[in-house]
Design a protein around this ligand. Structure first.
Ligand SMILES: O=c1[nH]c(=O)n([C@H]2C[C@H](O)[C@@H](COP(=O)(O)O)O2)cc1CO
Length: 140
């Protein structure tokens, strides 16, 4: 199963360690196409690789199209994550979002109000992992 994991990069990297833990969990169920989202110095690595913003966009959209399912951690608001979710919904991919309700950012109505997206509100990693396992089992 190919999994597209979506998480904030330029929107803010406060949750990067959490993204890495979620990616580790997802990798026990399939191939995560976007492992780089959980890498601390992702933008420096992309720069070293000579990737332009155009390359990053095109590569991510290719992975998104290839993915069987999409998982996003949406607590830190991100334009890129919102864009990826919109395209995933338009392609009718199964989409699951994880959100921590103790956040200072309220979740966008464009995500919470979207019937095509399932959302788990969670407080700790264990709860998030259980929700992901359930989502992946239902969409295998
Ligand atoms: O350098 C990048 N590499 C990359 O893969 N992305 C993709 C993957 C993430 O799920 C999403 C993050 O968007 P943003 O940077 O607007 O927070 O966009 C985004 C950037 C920077 O915008």
């Amino acid at each position: 199963m190919d999994i597209f994991f979506s998480g904030s990069i330029r929107g803010g990297r406060d949750d990067v360690d959490l993204y890495a833990a979620l990616i580790d969990c997802l990798e026990t169920h399939g191939t995560v196409l976007t492992e780089h989202v959980g890498t601390e110095n992702v933008e420096a690595v992309e720069q070293e690789q000579g990737l332009t913003d155009g390359d990053i966009h095109d590569q991510d959209v290719t992975w998104l199209e290839q993915a069987d399912v999409v998982v996003a951690e949406v607590t830190t608001p991100s334009l890129g994550v919102g864009y990826e979710l919109g395209r995933a919904v338009a392609w009718e991919k199964p989409v699951h979002c994880l959100y921590r309700p103790d956040s200072t950012h309220d979740l966008s109505a464009m995500i919470r109000g979207n019937d095509a997206v399932t959302i788990t509100e969670y407080d700790d990693l264990e709860e998030a992992e259980a929700a992901l396992e359930d989502f992946l089992e239902r969409n295998r």
